[in-house]
Design a protein around this ligand. Structure first.
Ligand code: PEP
Ligand code: MG
Length: 400
């Protein structure tokens, strides 16, 4: 991806990882162009020159200079008055999603309160390239530990002392199969978004040794490199008993929750919300994975462009679920943040989240500044409306 000037795909939805990573890398990207039996690659052939306006979802024939050329901002040297950017403090934390450690230094100066989601998968595809079970079988498990620890520590150092939340691996089997040696270890699953992913791998006898390497990397970063701002998050936990099993494995490996080591869980499956009161005992808090949550509440495959128009995290059903989670989590003193694409794609969604009492909002780097401003604005608005009894009333009924 790093070689590409722009990316256009036939398949995929707005929350597929190609779209998310290219956004982080600031590569223009349009996914899921299939429509009425035709798609972009029916029109574009090897050797064609096209210009991609990803903001508006348009592909032009040829080189359209006015789109490609960056708009020159006036600087002090041009005689422009340049004021330092100011960001008001906000009660709701604004965090940043970051996958590629090489971008950590570049984005560390943004006004983010920490990293709300560091997807471990990007470390595998950027640095490791090989399947963990293949590396174990061929006698090189240390490669996993060292490469993961290097990538994680790069981000922790750049962000220190602000907290970083590393999410343990959440590859699907088709993605694991693409790693070197992966074919031997991965099942062929018809719908791998609903298959062997997240927590269900970690305690599985077929995978547990690979998960332990991830835990060793975390210990290395915290104990050997002394980077105590590293915290972890467990993705795709379907059942309460799975949370118990993962907790047990972490304890066996010497990783316990404490004041300076938080264990979070992705809240991205309806069961996580319906049974939040039961999951609470295992975690310090949750981060809402609105990409998977919207998919699973609406029954709408997030990577399937045919149903893309039905995929909307702002649907009342998703909002009700979010409200319910925040209430159930806060009851036991657990924090709730969000790290799915919803507040990056729909900035106004932050208002609903703040009104619901969310503790933190994690967005793509390109949305950090705008979200910081929006959050300050929404918080002030809510206070004013409360104080004066005026303001626009929310007409949606979130009761459940
Ligand atoms: C989510 O599901 O919203 C999320 C943040 O995780 P991912 O997109 O990696 O599934
Ligand atoms: Mg998810």
């Amino acid at each position: 991806m790093k070689k590409a000037s722009a990316i256009i795909t036939n398949n995929g939805g707005m929350t597929c990882h190609a779209a998310i990573v290219s956004r982080e890398m600031q590569i223009p990207c349009i996914v899921g162009t299939k429509s009425k039996g035709k798609a972009a690659m029916d029109y574009i052939k090897t050797g064609d020159v096209v210009t991609v306006d990803a903001k508006n979802g348009v592909v032009y024939k040829g080189n359209v200079e006015s789109i490609v050329k960056p708009i020159k901002q006036a600087t002090a040297a041009d005689g422009a008055v340049v004021a330092a950017e100011q960001f008001a403090p906000t009660g709701t934390k604004v965090l940043m999603n970051l996958g590629d450690p090489e971008l950590a230094d570049k984005y560390a100066s943004l006004p983010a309160d920490g990293i709300g989601l560091m997807r471990e998968e990007f470390l595998w595809t950027t640095y490791i390239h090989e399947h963990p079970l293949y590396l174990i079988e061929t006698g090189h498990p240390e490669k996993v530990v060292n490469e993961l620890a290097d990538g994680i520590s790069t981000v922790c150092r750049a962000m220190s002392p602000r907290p970083v939340v590393l999410r343990f691996s959440d590859f699907k089997s088709s993605e694991y199969r693409n790693l070197k040696g992966g074919d031997k270890y991965e099942p062929h699953e018809p719908s791998d978004l609903l298959g062997w992913r997240g927590a269900s791998r970690y305690y599985d006898p077929k995978y547990i040794e690979a998960f332990k390497l991830e835990l060793k990397a975390v210990k290395k970063v915290r104990n050997e490199f002394g980077l105590k701002n590293l915290n972890v998050m467990i993705p795709f936990v379907r059942r309460v008993s799975e949370a118990q099993r993962i907790t047990d494995i972490m304890h066996e490996e010497g990783l316990y929750r404490s004041d300076d080591f938080k264990v979070l869980m992705m809240s991205e499956i309806p069961s996580n919300i319906i049974c939040a009161d039961k999951f609470n005992q295992f975690v310090d808090g949750y981060s809402i994975g609105s990409n998977d949550l919207a998919m699973l509440i609406l029954g709408c495959d997030r990577n399937n462009e045919t149903v893309a128009s039905l995929f909307d995290e702002r649907d009342l059903a998703v909002k009700r679920a979010i409200r319910h989670l925040i209430k159930a989590a806060h009851k036991d003193g657990k924090t709730v943040s969000i790290c799915g694409q919803a507040p990056s794609t729909h900035p106004e969604f932050a208002q609903f989240l703040i009104q619901s009492g969310i503790n933190a909002i994690s967005v793509n780097p390109d949305m950090v500044k705008q979200t910081k401003r929006n959050v300050a604005h929404f918080e002030q608005r809510i206070l004013l409306d409360k104080a004066t009894g005026r303001g626009i009333k929310d007409t949606e009924d979130y009761s459940w």
